[in-house]
Every structure is written in structure tokens, then in C-alpha cells.
Design a protein around this ligand. Sequence first.
Ligand SMILES: [Zn+2]
Ligand SMILES: [Zn+2]
Length: 270
Amino acid sequence: MPKIYLSPAAHGRDNPCGYDSACGENIHCNLYMDELEPYLLACGFAVKRNPKDRTGDRLKEAIAESNAWGADLHYVAHTNAGGGAYSLLMVYDQGTAYGYAEKLAARRREIYAGNVKISVQPQWDELRLTAAPAVYDEMVFHDNAKDIAWFHEHLREMAEATAKAICDMFGAAFVDPYAKPAEPAPEPVPRPAERNPLPLRPRSELEAMGDEQRAIFALLSGRALVPDEIVGRTEIPARRVNTALTLLQAQGYLNELPGKRFTAAVRFDD
Ligand SMILES: [Zn+2]
Ligand SMILES: [Zn+2]
């Protein structure tokens, strides 16, 4: 499966987060990657990630690691400064990565109210020096209180949408790791004949019956009927139907059910 290299913000001095003074750009970008990883793994991608303590001017190590691994996508996630309220997806040129960014933008727009822009910005090392197509995602603005609050409260939805976009990029099926397992299929209900097969009798016994008995037995093999119904279906006079039923019952070929209904008690060889 495709290899996805994840590169969360790793500034030497973290940028303050407008949602929580204890947070920062590096911290919440790593929280986002913590949410993204299980989705990507569930969808079958191989994942490698720049460790969160590799900060400052060590970006070249992440780039070298991504290149040595042979990543198929190098995905960078930061948050922006300047008080805006939009996503900015940056790529090196109009090549493969631009198409990937369009797929990510489409999924981002499904959940995020702000604008989602795509921009060619070849100056960034993680776009310029990476071998894989790379997308540099400035997800939201960490100094816009409303934007960054929304981000913190929708980390999982953001990650899910990104995972769907990465599936779109590589033609992979999206798998939700949090989906409830499907209910096991109910046991098939056995057909009545299988559940309670009637005793089998030799065909010669059926052939030995009189014509009217045989006709009545055939009628009762698939259902339960009262004598009047048998009369109606066979046009055998009621008296002879009653006689035939008595004989069939005495020979063990019929069961009498509540309500004076009769049904077959045996079945015959084909
Ligand atoms: Zn934060
Ligand atoms: Zn940043």
C-alpha cells in the first residue's frame, strides 16, 4: 500500500495557540496527526511520522527520512498566523501534488466553513526537497480564536476528512476504525422440512392407495385442510372424503390437527 509520511509542525520555538495557553502549533498539529494515523492505518496505508521532539532546524532529517523511505505522499500539517479563517494548501508546482491538494480541498470543504485555497509555493524545503509529491497544509489560523477553537473541537473530523482525501488520491477504500462491527448475520432459519422432516415411506404404499385416497394425500402433503375444503378442491363427495380420511389416518398417513384439520404425517420416496 502507498506510504504516507506525516510531518506535523516542528518549530524550534512553538507558536502560541489562541484556544489554550497550554497549547501551541506543534502540540495541536501533533494531536491532529494522532487522530489521522489510526484512519490511515485502518485504510491500509503505511505511515511514518516525523517524531514530535525533532524540532527546530532538523527539518532536513524529516525530508531525508521521507525520501529514503520512498514515501508516496509527504504530508505537512501546520496552522497559520495572521488572524485569517481559511485553509491554505501549498504545493511545489502544478504536478501530481496539485491534484492531491484538490482532493484534500474537496474533502476539507465538506466539513470546514472557511475558504480552502490551493497555492503553488516552491520556496518551502518540504515541497522543494521532498522526492514524493508533497502537500503543505496550513489548516486553520492559530491566532483566530474562533477558527482555532473550531479546529480543536473537530480534530477527529478534520483527520477523517483528510484520510478520505488520501484514499481518494490513491484509489483506496476508506475504512472507519471507529465504525461498530457489523452485526453477525442471523442463523438461517431452517425450512420446516429440514427442521422436522416427515418420516419417509416407500413409494409402493402410495401406489397401493385408491385413487381418491392418493388424491387426498397429495392435497394434504403441503398444507392442512378441513374436510369441506378437500371436498371443494377435489369434487370427491363429502361422504367418500370422510371415509378416505378415516382410512388414511388409521394407516398413519395423516395427522389430525386442532379444528378438524388434516395434514400429511409421512412423505413418500420420489
Ligand atoms: Zn492548540
Ligand atoms: Zn507552522
